[in-house]
Design a protein around this ligand. Structure first.
Ligand code: SF4
Length: 429
């Protein structure tokens, strides 16, 4: 979450996450100074006895990927950014002609795969709705099929370059569609005789109980069906909190949890989940795990969570509400998506998200996005009703759907305008 150029703060953040149990840390590399920072962070961690791999997160800048691939254990890229050497954006004309699009990618990815082979660096291909090639979008629209086709194409291109140390991820902010996309991808890889590890997670899951419920639902559904090799709980909170919750999910997925089946029971269309957990995160993980393993989900119209040991009873109620919503049973709350924040964000995302949530909760059917930067923000919040995106200068852009309504607002003014807009969508703001 820190600026990668701040070597001391980022190293300290990595150490906190490793001590909490992280197996690896992903670090944003948005510029050349951050590549230098990455090298120094790796060295400092090594000197402190932390040898866990670092993953360099690269967007839009192939030249940064070439440099970071010599340092990191893995780099996360969107191969589409390698489409045109001149513009560093996918070449519009090539995107309409799959053969030339593939040829361009093949040529432009070769230097990267050569370096990765030389340094034994893995590549994670990160696919989301905001990064699909035009020709695939034309065929499949913005859909899970489009993400799967894109993933298969990228894997084939890397294979044609003799590169096989690839990890694939398909992420959306909806647990249901992310689970469907990953299942489709796993089965498609089988058909193609491919066997690549999958990194799984619900992107921009948000904060608090709703963020945990969404993450647990997506991740546990996949882990219980044998899909998933690395997991990422993505919360707009500190990495330690993400790791702590991820560890609970991993432990639950590893358990033969026969007892869970007996605790959840259906009466009519109401599913009652009983949990003896007394601590919030344990209750959320346990309740979602029971739901995931419950065999007659299509019958469920209502969820009640009976948690006699939990101190704050509103936690059980809120978990039931968020699970009902995340499972797609019905919308009973405003849906908030917010990114986990990284070096690209210059504002306190957690505080902004909490403030927006406080003001705009309780509106079923409404979807609001709070994103940390213009690199990923517009693409990933494309299906939200309204959104706020942070700028590098600590201000916020206000969006209605895909349309930017106001630029560079101070935080207080932006949230106030957002609230006005939600109250009166046709208001002239
Ligand atoms: Fe980082 Fe958030 Fe931007 Fe994603 S949307 S790149 S997490 S600041």
């Amino acid at each position: 979450r820190n600026d990668t150029r701040d070597v001391q703060a980022t190293t300290a953040e990595c150490i906190r996450a490793f001590e909490a149990g992280a197996d690896m840390m992903r670090i944003s590399v948005p510029d050349h100074a951050s590549v230098k920072g990455l090298r120094q962070i790796k060295l400092k961690l090594k000197q402190s006895g932390f040898l866990q791999p670092l993953i360099a997160d690269i967007h839009y800048h192939p030249e940064l990927a070439l440099r970071a691939a010599r340092i990191a254990g893995k780099i996360r890229i969107n191969p589409g950014n390698f489409g045109s050497a001149q513009t560093r954006e996918p070449d519009e004309s090539a995107c309409h002609h799959p053969a030339s699009w593939k040829e361009t990618l093949h040529q432009n990815l070769r230097p990267l795969t050569d370096i990765c082979k030389e340094h034994d660096t893995a590549i994670r291909i990160g696919i989301n709705y905001g990064s699909l090639p035009l020709y695939i979008l034309k065929q499949h629209g913005q859909s899970n099929e489009a993400m799967v086709e894109t993933g298969i194409e990228y894997l084939k291109i890397l294979e044609s370059l003799g590169f096989f140390k690839t990890i694939i991820s398909l992420k959306t902010s909806s647990p249901k569609s992310m689970v469907m996309a990953c299942r489709m991808m796993a089965s498609r890889m089988l058909t193609e005789s491919m066997s690549y590890p999958m990194h799984i997670g619900v992107t921009e899951a948000g904060i608090g109980i709703s963020g945990r419920v969404k993450s647990a639902l997506g991740i546990l559904s996949l882990l219980h069906s044998g899909i998933g090799d690395t997991i990422r709980v993505s919360l707009t909170e500190t990495p330690e909190k993400e790791i702590e919750f991820a560890k609970r999910l991993k432990a639950l997925a590893a358990m033969e949890n026969k007892q869970s089946h007996e605790l959840a029971g259906l009466s009519g269309t109401t599913l009652t989940i009983h949990s003896e957990a007394s601590e919030t995160d344990n209750l959320i993980a346990d309740a979602v795990n029971q739901y995931v393993q419950f065999g007659e989900k299509e019958m469920v119209r209502e969820i009640i969570i009976d948690a006699p040991q939990v101190l704050e009873q509103n936690v059980a109620l809120e978990t039931a509400v968020q699970l009902t919503q995340a499972a797609g049973i019905y919308a009973c709350e405003t849906e908030f998506i917010s990114c986990p924040a990284c070096a690209r964000v210059s504002m306190d995302m957690e505080q902004i998200t909490k403030e927006v949530k406080k003001r705009l909760s309780g509106r079923p059917g409404l979807k609001i996005a709070i994103m940390g930067c213009m690199v990923n923000g517009p693409g990933e919040m494309a299906d939200a009703d309204y959104g706020l995106i942070c700028t590098r200068s600590g201000l916020l852009h206000l969006y209605k759907g895909k349309q930017r309504l106001k630029k560079k607002l101070a935080q207080k003014a932006a949230i106030k305008l957002l609230e006005q807009l939600v109250e009166d969508p046709v208001a002239d703001i």
